[in-house]
Design a protein around this ligand. Sequence first.
Ligand code: COA
Length: 394
Amino acid sequence: MSSKKKQGGLAGIVAGKTAICTVGDGHSLRYCGYDIYELAEKASFEEVAYLLLYGELPKSEELESFTHALFSNRILPKEVREILKLIPKDSHPMDVMRTGISALGNFYPEKEDRSNQDSIALQILGASPSILLYWHAYHHNIELNLESKDSVLQDNTAKFFLETLHQKQVPQLWIDAMNVSLILYAEHEFNASTFTSRTIASTLSDLHSSIIGGICALKGPLHGGANEAAMELLNSLPNVESVLPSMQKKLDNKEKIMGFGHRVYVTSDPRNVVIKEWSKKLSDYNANNRAQLSGYALLDSKLESSNDLYAKSEVVEQFMWESKKLFPNLDFYSASTYHFMGIPTAYFTPIFIMSRETGWLGHIFEQRKDNKLIRPNAEYVGIQERKFIALSAR
Ligand code: COA
């Protein structure tokens, strides 16, 4: 980091214990002890989801029943679909996700004795991609008919999301990239949204409420919203030559560059090297397969701006390091990775939800096992004592 960090924001404070994830502090990033690099290379997102929820990697029959239950929630209840139709086309998709989960909670609430917490967790996870997809389809005059497709109950999350969005088969490379991205985004210790979810859970509130709190915290550009903001930044740079003068101007104006820096990491974000590699792979793939890719309506308008997107990103990265010693976090190259798959920019942070919900749920379960209300103190800095003055006399 270029200069001393500001105090506050609970920076450096240990706010509780967890056995789910280790971040920074000399450790590599690990989920329940498993190295993130090994998970990204060898695991499916569904295996990682199971790991975060239950603390162990699943055996094959456990994974089978887990995915069966998870995927069957993709067909949303009719009532929820009706509510999604009422949400305007120009709403922010993060607000759509928030309302969709809230609607589910009204029709299928968690019981007060928590006896259905596991099935509610799978409902939230399984339904989340569909909330965005049904809303998208409705406003683009697409009939989804998920209930009539066998693949809906079989395809992994990455394939289901991408192929339902594009309404056609997508390259295996995209599916692999999305699977890795979902693994990288799944969990990150006491980040703002997870801490919010845990705080809500600590009041003995229900799962839907705790997850919705996480969504609300994730939306902001200092947290999950950074991947969308990073794409907007890259889109605002017309070509490679424009990067240095534009970026210099932004820093001179004291603008924050979304997708750079981190509260915990000091010299790099270990997830960046993985997602950057995928961004490069997709960039090359798109450049070499232009003709085949012209059939993807959502990608069509992006192909032109895809040409030098990776090159622009690298120049931004180099500039930020040389001028401020700031490094890209996971959000920066996630932006171009998603762009190369034709995903609308406003859907980037909802994808983050579909993944991070696994971490939120794991943390909510962990909080519930040994609950203590999260209620810190504040240092009072206001006026000490004043006499009340009647309204008419003020
Ligand atoms: N662009 C420009 N300057 C940045 C910066 C960025 N992305 N991140 C940090 N800085 C600068 C700050 O302006 C500050 O400089 P100053 O002391 O001269 O005012 C200094 O570095 C410390 O930043 P601060 O925001 O106080 O540190 P933090 O620990 O609160 O920041 C983040 C962590 C993530 C909020 C911050 O790096 C940021 O805003 N990044 C952009 C948003 C983002 O990508 N979020 C996703 C995180 S995974």
